[in-house]
Design a protein around this ligand. Structure first.
Ligand SMILES: Cc1cc2nc3c(=O)[nH]c(=O)nc-3n(C[C@H](O)[C@H](O)[C@H](O)COP(=O)(O)O)c2cc1C
Length: 154
């Protein structure tokens, strides 16, 4: 299925998704990946650099859910799909890696596997203050103000 334009904007603005997988022991595993690319409106992918448990889990069970959240609007998207591994050394990898070279420069040299996820399901995420009438402008202003105080002196 297709991602909405808003979902694509969030993914491409932040690039950071929290990837949930399940181990063969049934235990959940969630870890952040900051190298997400929207390959097309129906396909997202991240670069595997050092994510051993995520890869072990996806190899046994490719089902994944990834959450993306815009830290200012406090809206996002939860994406589900079945991950496909595209390992370095394949023609397919060579065709895709320019996305990471363009976005991350030398870090792209450390990508071992491109993990591609065709989107099965994409559901919006919205923080509860919107239920009470908050607007995006309210949320952005409030979080800009909070963030401005996070690193005094930096
Ligand atoms: C903000 C952030 C972004 C990250 N992006 C990536 C990434 O794109 N690819 C990757 O392999 N690891 C990335 N990492 C590192 C992994 O999340 C980290 O090595 C984690 O322990 C891997 O756990 P796992 O084996 O359960 O996936 C990132 C970590 C942080 C904090």
């Amino acid at each position: 299925m297709k991602l909405s334009p808003q979902a694509i904007t969030t993914i491409e603005m932040w690039r950071l998704g929290f990837v949930a997988t399940v181990g063969t022991d049934g235990r959940p595993n969630v870890s952040p990946k900051g190298t997400f690319v929207v390959l097309d409106p129906e396909t997202i992918a991240f670069g595997e650099i050092r994510s051993p448990q995520t890869i072990t889990n996806l190899t046994a069970n490719p089902e994944t859910e990834i959450n993306f959240v815009d830290q200012f609007t406090r809206k996002g998207v939860r994406v589900r799909g079945q991950a496909q591994m595209v390992p370095r050394g394949t023609a397919e990898f060579d065709g895709l890696i320019p996305h990471w070279q363009a976005g991350w420069g030398a870090l792209a040299d450390r990508v071992n596997i491109i993990v591609r996820i065709p989107v099965d399901q994409a559901r919006p995420l919205v923080t509860p203050p919107y239920d009470d009438g908050a607007t995006e402008e309210d949320m952005i202003a409030a979080w800009k103000q909070k963030c401005a105080g996070f690193y005094p002196g930096a």
